[in-house]
Design a protein around this ligand. Sequence first.
Ligand SMILES: [Zn+2]
Ligand SMILES: [Zn+2]
Length: 146
Amino acid sequence: MNQDSIANRLRDELRGAGLRATASRVAVLRLLRGAGQPLSHGEVVRALADGPWDRSSLYRNLIDLERVGLARRTQLGAPVWRFEDASSDHAVSSHPHFVCAECGKVACLPELTVTAPEAPGFTHAAAEGKVEVQLRSRCDACREDA
Ligand SMILES: [Zn+2]
Ligand SMILES: [Zn+2]
């Protein structure tokens, strides 16, 4: 599919969800679709730094996409909200995540399989697999700054 037809499809989805298909909403939705992992507002701003949009409009775009169900919000242990494409099958509890304790950057670790042991008070969560596993440390960028 070429770039124009991708943009057209995203515009249709935005209109179908009741939003005006502005250029920035199309850019944000396309970014989330291609990201493969949840992105924070700051990461969205950096990724779209070439565009003419400011931080606050990009934030409103994320909130709009979440409101109409095109994006999903997740927190992943860092004190920062992250947004992802609502149609992705990314399930936070299906695999561990690396979370940088400095900047909150997140990476999916799909190749690790963790079985949650049952523990008093958490038996049901473990049985349903609704447990988030996180490895917390500092990402390369934050280590280099130190
Ligand atoms: Zn970091
Ligand atoms: Zn993940």
